[in-house]
Design a protein around this ligand. Structure first.
Ligand code: SAM
Ligand code: SF4
Length: 473
């Protein structure tokens, strides 16, 4: 698993049955990481008691939320261009006598709050990632005052304590769910906006995480992905008053009946402690796939990035993880063209990739983010050099991903079936390493974890056959 990075937005859809007169339509557009996907689901939860129900088309929505990402590129520009489109919809609906509330949420809202209201005065609500539990109040204020409401505080209260119980398992499906356990970051990497937009690191209490996980399991969820900007820096208050780390939390989660798969993302190498490495050895529920961003293989650049570890320390963590769980595969994030990166530094990144080998990875050109230390640093790398490095890195990473997938052909692996496949008569699920797997099989097997013999490698997925097919038919 990794972050679904800024780019094409994800439109959250839900129940789209015709709305009763007392119901109001809600359309949420989500950019960015899985934490934003989780936040969008929780914003829908918060608004449900007000009668808001998900609709597919913005034209049918009484409220539209843009949940935004600020991590790279011209994220804010994408939001303004989407807002331009929504303005026309709002005006057309107004002519028909319908009101449309437009809210901008997430990290662009946090970073550019006032600017949004200046450039798009038809926006009704601007709210940061830490205040969405206050949405009902903001909706009421926006309706009452007729003016814009802006709330980009970092409130003292934890929003999780004020959210209603998640009503249903969240995306991506009925049998898998995201659960945010930690937010914010105190690490201040040179290139990153997260500490500024998401605020200081904080963890939910163990009791509240376990309660949400139990509710998810009771509603049929089998696989939970724990989320956090630095999820393995988790330090939640335990029921006994002591501070629990992620390993202790994972041990407790693994005892919940019905939960057979646990994942966590995104981890920082500095927080990969012995207890967590041992949890990979001791907990079969902890899936053998870890997203562990390294960003660069050059010690010089890692230092400039303020990552707090060397390339060899990363190699050593990976070695210990693989000793603990030999089938563990890795995913990572890389940035090419950080200010000051030379050809030698880039070669060190390529060497680290060759040494470690990744099953999957995300790689990006460095994108200067306003207000971060690297944005003003000397020796910015020219765009064409970044392009060439990115292409070379991605070619190597693709080769490794292909090799990893090819090695699964002929093996029998457990697949958690989560829905129908693309072709009629197919069902689809996820491998332990998160690849989509398609087989021919009956629908009633959806929701089960079953052995599948992998027979082919497709572009972005694997094909296979159910083992003991006749038993399942
Ligand atoms: N906390 C995680 C970590 O420390 O590895 C990463 C969180 S960040 C939201 C996700 C990824 O976006 C980073 O790992 C990094 O590769 C990428 N990223 C962040 N800022 C970037 C920037 N200014 N330019 C390019 N990529 C960036
Ligand atoms: Fe950003 Fe670094 Fe914090 Fe990750 S650890 S969220 S890259 S500042």
């Amino acid at each position: 698993m990794g972050l679904r990075h800024a780019g094409a937005p994800v439109v959250m859809t839900g129940s789209t049955t015709a709305l009763s007169p007392s119901r109001r339509g809600l359309h949420v557009i989500t950019w960015g990481c899985q934490m934003n996907v989780y936040d969008s689901a929780r914003m829908s939860d918060v608004l449900r008691p007000l009668g808001y129900q998900s609709v597919d088309a913005p034209e049918a929505a009484d409220m539209i939320i843009l949940n935004t990402c600020h991590i790279r590129d011209k994220a804010a520009e994408k939001v303004f261009s989407e807002l331009g489109r929504l303005r026309k919809i709002k005006e057309a609906r107004k002519e028909e006598g319908a009101q449309t509330i437009i809210a901008v949420a997430g990290c662009v809202a946090q970073a550019e709050g006032q600017e949004i209201l200046t450039r798009a005065p038809y926006v009704d609500i601007v709210l940061g990632p830490q205040t969405y539990h206050r949405l009902p109040e903001m909706v009421a204020r926006a309706a009452r005052a007729g003016g814009a409401v802006i709330d980009t505080d970092f409130p003292a209260e934890q929003k999780f304590d004020f959210l209603p119980d998640a009503a249903a398992p969240q995306t991506p499906g009925n049998y898998t769910a995201f659960l945010t356990i930690q937010e914010g970051c105190d690490k201040f990497c040179s290139f990153c906006v997260v500490p500024y937009t998401r605020g200081a690191e904080s963890s939910r209490s163990v009791t509240s995480v376990l309660a949400e996980a139990r509710r998810m399991a009771e509603s049929g969820v089998k696989e939970i992905s724990l989320l956090g900007q630095n999820v393995n820096a988790y330090h939640g208050e335990g029921p006994d008053g002591t501070v629990w780390g992620l390993a202790q939390l994972a041990n407790a989660l693994a005892t919940i009946p019905g939960l057979s798969r646990l994942r966590y993302t995104t981890s920082h190498p500095r927080d990969m402690d012995d207890a967590l490495i041992n949890a990979h050895r001791d907990l079969p529920a902890l899936m053998p796939f870890l997203h562990l961003p390294v960003q660069s293989g050059s010690d010089r650049i890692l230092r400039a990035m303020n990552r707090g570890h060397t390339a060899d320390e990363y190699r050593d963590i990976v070695r210990r993880l693989r000793d603990a769980r030999p089938d563990l595969a890795l995913s990572s994030d890389f940035i090419v063209g950080h200010p000051g990166e030379t050809d030698e530094d880039f070669e060190a990144t390529m060497q680290l990739v060759r040494d470690v080998t990744f099953a999957q990875a995300y790689s990006f050109k460095y994108s200067p983010r306003p207000g971060t230390p690297a944005a003003g640093a000397p020796l910015q790398v020219p765009e064409d050099v970044k392009d060439a490095r990115l292409q070379a890195l991605q070619a190597l990473l693709r080769q490794q991903q292909d090799a990893f997938n090819a090695a699964l052909v002929g093996q029998t692996i457990p697949v958690l079936f989560t829905g129908e496949g693309r072709k009629p008569g197919q069902i689809a699920g996820r491998s332990p390493w998160l690849q989509p797997v398609h087989v021919s099989g009956p629908r009633h097997l959806i929701g089960q974890e079953l052995p599948v013999r992998i027979t082919e490698r497709l572009t972005n997925s694997l094909g296979g056959t159910l083992v003991e097919e006749t038993v399942y038919a």
